[in-house]
Design a protein around this ligand. Sequence first.
Ligand SMILES: Nc1ncnc2c1ncn2[C@@H]1O[C@H](COP(=O)(O)OP(=O)(O)O)[C@@H](O)[C@H]1O
Ligand SMILES: [Mg+2]
Length: 425
Amino acid sequence: MPPGSFAPTKAVAVAVGPAIALLALLAGAGLISGAAACTVVAVLIGCALVARQGLDRRNKPLTTPAPVPPETAPQPLLDHLPDPVILVNRGREITAVNRMARETVGVGEVGRDLALTMRHPRVLAAVEAVLTGASTVSEEISLAVPTPRTFTLHAARLEGAGTHGQTAAAAVLVLRDETRAKRAEQTRADFVANASHELRSPLSALIGFIETLLGPASDDAHARERFLGLMRAEAMRMARLVDDLMSLSRVEINEHVPPKDAVAVGAILQSVADTLSVRAEDKGMTIALDIEANLPFVLGDGDQLTQVFHNLVDNAVKYARSGTVVRLAATRSERATGSGQAVSVAVIDSGEGIAAIHLPRLTERFYRADAGRSRRLGGTGLGLAIVKHIVNRHRGTLSIESKRGVGSTFTVVLPAAPSVSSTSQ
Ligand SMILES: Nc1ncnc2c1ncn2[C@@H]1O[C@H](COP(=O)(O)OP(=O)(O)O)[C@@H](O)[C@H]1O
Ligand SMILES: [Mg+2]
């Protein structure tokens, strides 16, 4: 073995050593997870070994590289970390930033006072605290630019820093992006508040009727009959709400598991039309089916697809004008994303239409364009949210077009099952 062959290994140790030391410090302070630390160490050692092999192959005379100053050595390590990381010296000047810090919080210029790029008072207070004695500080901060985000800031003093003078990194700041978690938390809180509110109103009405029946109307047979009818309607409203909430949670649980059965959409549309025809007739309406011959099967869950078209046709019957026709048109089409066949089903009504401002939010839970009308007609505000989740599970798309005074078209496109042609439709 030539005498110089250990030199690259030594160089690797010199270059990677400070990086690993900082990594151990970050992991020890709880600023990054052990798994992340191991990944970065593996990446660094891997890169270093590849470099060593390259040098071995060329068999060039090797010289020992100059030692790498600790404040520049961690850069490859920092750039592999998934969170924004900023290092500052005792004078609060930035000594290093990683790629995530540049991309997400826009902190980039090494050598500048941190306060010139991050003016957030909590960030500056945390830095001040660790530079003047505190070992770690954690704070929740919200940044408005470049996009509104919520972070948990972890600031830690780098023990033993300062051996390289004023320029050495004296504190490390790690920002963990909590925006998504915060949003999910808010959505959950809003959902519980909305569901409770929706259940509370029929419940209050029921309690009111019961008290009236027990008190002033106890001997009034006519009032009793009327109140019992109203109580039944309120109880049924609660039952519908609970059914829809349970459907929604069932759909959400298996949304990531794509369905595997080959399903004939035509047969489903026929059964939905049969089920809802009585209600349509009550409004002097008809449901017309227009199903293209030899449609391909779709990959689907029959019960869930029945629920999708039941909810859409139910809305069309509920919100369209009396005496009009609800049209169900099923045609062969192309997949909206990627290549391949699909089946497109349009539910077309001649109703009042929906103002454009409501369209983007229509599939949100409990969102209604006209809340009073929806409640009067027995709506829960969950029908389209259920439709959206089922269509997502089927890797399909839902699009809504509506024109005030003309009507609405809800179109569902579902990917076809591979190479099986439906003959029964
Ligand atoms: N075909 C339609 N025509 C007009 N408005 C509709 C139609 N479908 C849905 N909407 C509007 O979208 C809202 C949400 O629909 P959905 O989630 O099914 O809840 P709901 O229980 O109120 O029917 C409805 O309250 C209604 O305002
Ligand atoms: Mg509905």
